[in-house]
Design a protein around this ligand. Structure first.
Ligand code: BYC
Length: 312
């Protein structure tokens, strides 16, 4: 067998590919693209929620929100480390984000207008994230799969805290109920879009399925998400903003309305409501953190030279 056949055979047998194993260049590049975009999404994803930490309505809610945003920083760091095992440096990945070469999830280009948005993000955005990420725990690349195990445990807490927040609002005053419904209305369709283009318009799905980077297609995961949310929303006594949402007895799935793909591609290509604000915030944080990186590098250098003197 040639190296390519050995590689595919390992994948077919569910043996993980590890950093030092031979892999096709395109597999490496696909993983770098996906893992780095995933890492960027976690880091940019801290911004819409970070915006509410100082305005959380109670100490309990503030503590929960801080913990969630901190988890997202952690997820970004594990994922950057996993991508580094493929031969790209952290600096290169950050540069690709700042120059617009690397994408991050479309969802984080929408504004967080009310406190109920914290609940809708947890329930819907983290809910969509879990649906996509649980299968990633079984993806073929070892470091990515292992990082995802911990990420998913934390995402599960994020999703539950969001639902619990909305449940609280849904049982509150008329204004709180309206706030809850309004947040669901605004976050529903962008969350449905998070799974990416329909399968017939997805250039990467077929190859990624063959390499077991993806275990389900975009449309399969989107359908699972709609089916779950259509039931959960009933517990909130709220509705999803889709007049075409209807149980299909024959398919044993919910039918749902048309996705506005023009809006999706507009947001992905940089023209969503908050794209500029999000990238500006990341660039500013990077520039203002330069002294920390320099100090850490100088300290590491000093320690290394001390160790060299002791060893001599
Ligand atoms: N937004 O052929 P496709 C989180 C791009 S973090 C922007 O289907 P693929 C969270 C796609 O990159 C959530 N771009 O691609 C964090 C490709 O463009 P390029 C992030 C999108 O890779 C904090 C093109 O469209 N999760 O949940 O096979 C707080 C064609 O698409 C999007 C991950 O990153 C999008 N939504 O499938 C709360 C999970 N969708 O790269 C929550 C890991 C598609 O050719 N990633 N595009 O320029 C994946 O599973 C896959 O990369 C995707 C796309 C399903 C997203």
């Amino acid at each position: 067998m040639n190296p390519e056949e050995i590689f595919q055979d390992k994948i077919d047998q569910e043996i993980k590919i590890e950093p030092k194993d031979w892999m096709p260049e395109k597999y490496r590049q696909t993983l770098i693209r996906q893992i780095s975009q995933h890492a960027h999404s976690e880091i940019v994803g801290m911004l819409p929620e970070g915006n509410w930490i100082t305005r959380a309505p109670s100490l309990r809610r503030k503590a929960i929100l801080i913990a969630k945003v901190q988890d997202e920083a952690g997820h970004g760091l594990y994922l950057y480390s996993a991508a580094e095992t493929l031969g790209i440096s952290r600096d290169e990945m950050i540069e690709q984000l700042h120059s617009g070469k690397a994408k991050y999830s479309s969802i984080f280009n929408y504004p967080t207008i009310t406190w109920a948005d914290m609940g809708a993000i947890g329930w819907l955005v983290d809910g969509a994230a879990i649906m996509n990420q649980v299968p990633l725990c079984r993806n073929s690349y070892g470091p990515y799969a292992r990082a995802m195990v911990r990420v998913c445990k934390e995402e599960s807490f994020h999703q539950r805290q969001g639902f619990e927040l909305l449940l609280h609002l849904s049982r509150g005053s008329e204004i709180q109920k309206r706030m809850c419904q309004d947040a669901i209305n605004r976050w529903w369709w962008p969350s449905v879009m998070m799974f990416g283009p329909n399968d017939d318009a997805s250039p990467h799905t077929a190859q990624s399925m063959k390499w077991k980077i993806k275990r389900f297609t975009n449309d399969e995961l989107r359908q699972k998400f709609v089916d779950i949310c259509a039931e959960q929303v009933k517990l909130l006594g709220m509705t999803l903003p889709d007049p075409d949402l209807k149980w299909n007895e024959e398919k044993q799935h919910y039918d749902f309305g048309k996705i506005n793909w023009e809006e999706f591609w507009n947001v992905v290509s940089g023209n969503g409501p908050c794209n500029k604000q999000r990238l500006d915030a990341r660039k500013k944080a990077w520039e203002e953190g330069a002294w920390v990186r320099e100090a850490a590098a100088a300290y590491a250098e000093k320690r290394k030279s001390r160790q060299n003197i002791q060893a001599a």
